[in-house]
Design a protein around this ligand. Structure first.
Ligand SMILES: [Zn+2]
Length: 159
């Protein structure tokens, strides 16, 4: 008998909607920015449980858990990422990656969208050089892997 499908995460639907809003960067730009951060960090495993902390730390950011913050408030203090904690390791890691994406795009200029931030978040979670192993990723929620695959397919079709 087939296993009942899990109901889609509300976060999946929300981020999917955000990704359908206008981008000011291309998926290729997001890939390149993510690759640069990964090159600096030299993670032994891009799918490490704490990939966000390692990426942020090796790129000069201090990560501070703050229960009272939403996303995108980092950058008020230079090189500090304020991230809402989570008891779920994968969700916490995703939040760190997302704040790192906010910080990098803020540093690149004021004119970007939240769709850009999510595009970069996905590329940081599953960088191009590790994409062929995306199905092994357990360091972020599964819906992140699904979205990364969907974006990659759209890009491949457009090429
Ligand atoms: Zn955000």
């Amino acid at each position: 008998m087939a296993r009942p499908r899990q109901p889609p995460s509300p976060a999946f639907a929300e981020v999917r909607r955000e990704l359908q809003q206008p981008w000011t960067i291309t998926a290729g730009d997001a890939d390149m920015m993510a690759e640069r951060l990964h090159e600096t960090a030299q993670l032994f495993d891009p799918f490490a449980r704490k990939s966000g902390l390692i990426l942020a730390g090796k790129n000069g950011y201090l990560v501070i858990p703050r229960p009272d913050v939403g996303c995108g408030v980092s950058g008020l203090v230079l090189d500090v990422l304020l991230v809402r904690p989570s008891n779920d390791d994968a969700r916490w890691n995703l939040r760190v990656l997302h704040e790192l994406a906010h910080a990098r795009l803020d540093a690149a200029g004021p004119h970007h969208t939240h769709a850009d931030v999510w595009a970069l978040t996905l590329a940081l979670a599953i960088p191009r050089h590790a994409y062929r192993r995306h199905h092994e990723a357990r360091h972020v929620p599964r819906w992140v892997v699904t979205l990364r695959r969907q974006v990659a397919q759209v890009v491949a079709r457009a090429a």
